[in-house]
Design a protein around this ligand. Structure first.
Ligand code: 5GP
Ligand code: MG
Ligand code: MG
Length: 186
């Protein structure tokens, strides 16, 4: 298939092919569909990284839903967290009494989600759950656990399927480990 043959010179290794991702997204959609049977959902995608994941996931969730997007910053153009989280764009809908599912690309230190969860919890949703495509538990600095998780991955800086390095590589259909020389410049 296309996904297996395509080579990207900046990638040291392909961790997840487009087929791996599609299969898992379908499973997550089925799980979420079961859990929210008879309910309506509000899905909040965290820009920009979660955009491809959210777009694919919402089409695998078979309960009525509305979605909105939020942008936060925790990383600049580097591969390390700044620790400071800032809301760059807020959602437009109210969350009171709503069943809310936050969709993230990756949980690394957990600082971003920790902040987001307490911020969204203050808006009095009926329930609040987290769905992340990737989880790097070895890097966790705060106690936060996703309710739905696509893949647990080792501690490497990954790009593709929404994940960037300095705004590049988001468009790749696969997820891969970036060659360290790309960000060290050596
Ligand atoms: P946390 O606050 O959990 O440390 O970081 C979450 C955010 O950091 C993610 O939403 C993502 O934007 C960025 N991030 C963390 N690990 C990686 C990674 O391996 N690759 C990329 N491209 N971004 C990452
Ligand atoms: Mg993110
Ligand atoms: Mg980024």
């Amino acid at each position: 298939m296309f996904g297996r043959r395509i080579t990207v010179k900046e990638l040291a290794e392909i961790l997840l092919t487009p087929e791996d991702i599609a299969r898992r997204v379908q499973e997550l959609g089925a799980e979420i569909t079961r859990d929210y049977q008879g309910k309506e959902l509000v899905v909040i995608g965290i820009l920009k990284g979660a955009l491809p994941f959210m777009a694919d996931l919402i089409r695998q969730i078979k309960v009525p839903l509305r979605y909105d997007l939020m942008a936060v910053s925790s990383y600049g153009d580097s591969t390390r967290t700044s620790g400071a989280v800032q809301i760059l764009k807020d959602i437009e809908m109210g969350l009171e009494d709503q069943h809310v599912l936050v969709v993230e690309d990756i949980i690394d230190t957990g600082l971003t989600l920790k902040y987001l969860v307490s911020n969204l919890q203050a808006r009095c949703p009926a329930s609040l759950k987290i769905c992340t495509l990737l989880d790097k538990p070895s890097r966790r600095e705060v106690d936060i656990h996703p309710d739905y998780n696509g893949f647990v991955i080792p501690d490497h800086f990954v790009v593709g399927y929404g994940l960037d390095y300095a705004e590049r590589f988001r468009e790749l259909p696969m997820i891969g480990i970036l060659k360290p020389e790309v960000y060290t410049g050596k």
